[in-house]
Design a protein around this ligand. Structure first.
Ligand code: MN
Length: 461
């Protein structure tokens, strides 16, 4: 697979002319994030001269749907089916010896000083400080021995100390159990993995599924992992950098504010604390950062959510064709769904199924299958010409939504669905889209010139 490791993917991007090397000296505060944002959705960035650090910084390794499809060796249309297949059939990883794991080339167990060693950026103007935004946070269930992987924002709070936002999901559940027993929860924070492993970490799975095993399935062969030095956790053998540590029991310290995916700040409050006990890294390691709310961040959240949404809607409306969590809707709040309507009312059922899939979903648009749901101009056209609020609007008030949506009342808000499907009994010509026979021709074959074709008798003198 072309995305076997972080480096093989960077090499691939470079071959395709999609890796911008930035050798000019740049500041860790804002400049790295600002430049990466400028190239967001177009090119990955590779900063070789960040302040006085030897370690380079990379951002934006996958910032389009095409990038992710390419990394998974598929196309845009098969991206969600391929991901769904891997989620439903995880396969075990393969444990390798430290000598076969590049991430063991350097081992630091004393005098840990994160900011001295690693170029960890400050991203947004009101952020509380330097943040690790792209660390795969791995913990282990002591009962089943299964690992769990997720990404949490990590504030640098000291030389060997991080403040973490751990929302109430799988990591939090295991931490609460450890804390009740008065124990820390061991963890590893993995920075710089291949795009398939990165995407797998964001899969919506039931508790007890190891996201690294989903990465194995995406790769089509077992992911190679290696034991950590100071904690009982296995990490990808080809990771750039691994921070080992533990979430301390009964300790909370201030964390935030921090610029988040909805393009607003998450607030400052007392949160969990991670103490770092060891660092391992490859020779000449590369640090990786995700600029919050950029396409890379949004798509990493959106693609796995689409896979989960498609399955939910399919249970209610089997004729669902595709779903899209659009970037304008933060890849979480807006769902666009295409169906092949067989019975009147199905679009409204699809809307209800989408609301039930995730509390984050706030607005749902359902269209007929001939509308391209990845083209927002097409979606707007369907809303403009196939929707009447009196009969096509679904409204639910005071439901649970996203706490990071500032228009809600601490997460409580309204949900709205737009049924933009054509009535089944409408006259055929009424909603027939105008078309020019042959308009899908290959236009290149017709154009003789675009810069010098005007005949001289037609040039105004
Ligand atoms: Mn999980």
């Amino acid at each position: 697979m072309r995305s076997k490791t972080f480096r093989s993917w960077l090499t691939h991007l470079q071959t395709r002319g999609r890796l911008a090397a930035i050798d000019k000296k740049v500041s860790l505060e804002f400049e790295v994030a600002g430049i990466a944002k400028k190239l967001d959705g177009k090119m990955a960035t590779y900063f070789t001269n960040v302040e006085d650090y030897e370690v380079p910084v990379v951002s934006g390794i996958c910032s389009t749907r095409e990038d992710f499809a390419e990394a998974l060796e598929t196309d845009q249309f098969n991206l969600i089916p391929k991901f769904t297949e891997a989620v439903s059939a995880p396969t075990v990883c393969r444990l390798v010896e430290p000598k076969d794991a590049p991430v063991k080339e350097n081992i630091i167990l004393e005098n840990i000083d994160l900011m001295n060693k690693l170029p960890i950026p400050v991203h947004h103007e009101d952020d509380s400080g330097n943040y690790i935004t792209a660390g795969l946070f791995i913990v282990r269930d002591p009962v089943t021995r299964k690992q769990n992987v997720s990404i949490h924002r990590l504030q640098i709070s000291g030389k060997d100390r991080l403040g973490a936002l751990i929302l109430p999901r799988h990591t939090s559940y295991l931490y609460k159990q450890a804390e009740e027993a008065g124990r820390p929860l061991e963890c590893a924070i993995v920075i710089g993995v291949d795009p398939a492993t990165l995407l797998a970490s964001q899969a919506s799975t039931p508790f007890g599924v190891d996201e690294l095993e989903i990465a194995s399935s995406l790769h089509g062969k077992p992911l190679e992992v290696v034991k950590c030095e100071t904690v009982d956790i296995d990490v990808p053998a080809y990771s750039e950098i691994v921070l080992e540590g533990q979430i301390l029991p009964n300790v909370r310290e201030p964390e935030g504010p921090f610029g988040e995916f909805p393009k607003y700040y998450g607030p400052r409050s007392d949160k969990e604390v991670v103490k770092i006990t060891g660092i391992t890294h490859r020779d000449n390691p590369i640090f990786y950062t995700i600029v919050p709310a950029g396409y890379e961040h949004l798509l990493l959240g959106g693609i796995p959510r689409e896979a989960s949404l498609l399955q939910s809607v399919r249970q209610t409306v089997p004729s669902v064709k595709a779903v899209h969590m659009s970037p304008g809707g933060t890849c979480r709040y807006h769902a666009i769904i295409s169906i092949k309507k067989r019975n009147e009312g199905e679009a409204k059922n699809a809307i209800l199924a989408a609301f039930a899939n995730s509390f984050d979903i706030k607005h749902v648009v359902v269209v007929d299958e001939e509308v391209d749901i990845f083209n927002m101009e097409e979606v707007e056209w369907a809303i403009a010409t196939r929707f009447q609020a009196e009969r096509d609007l679904v409204l639910v008030h005071s439901a649970q939504g996203s706490k990071l949506d500032p228009s809600t009342n601490d997460g409580i808000g309204s949900k709205m669905g737009f049924d933009c499907t054509v009535p089944l009994n409408s006259e055929p010509m009424r909603f027939k889209r105008i078309q020019i026979p042959g308009e899908d021709m290959n236009i290149e074959e017709y154009i003789s010139s675009i810069s010098s074709g005007l005949k001289k008798e037609h040039v105004e003198k």
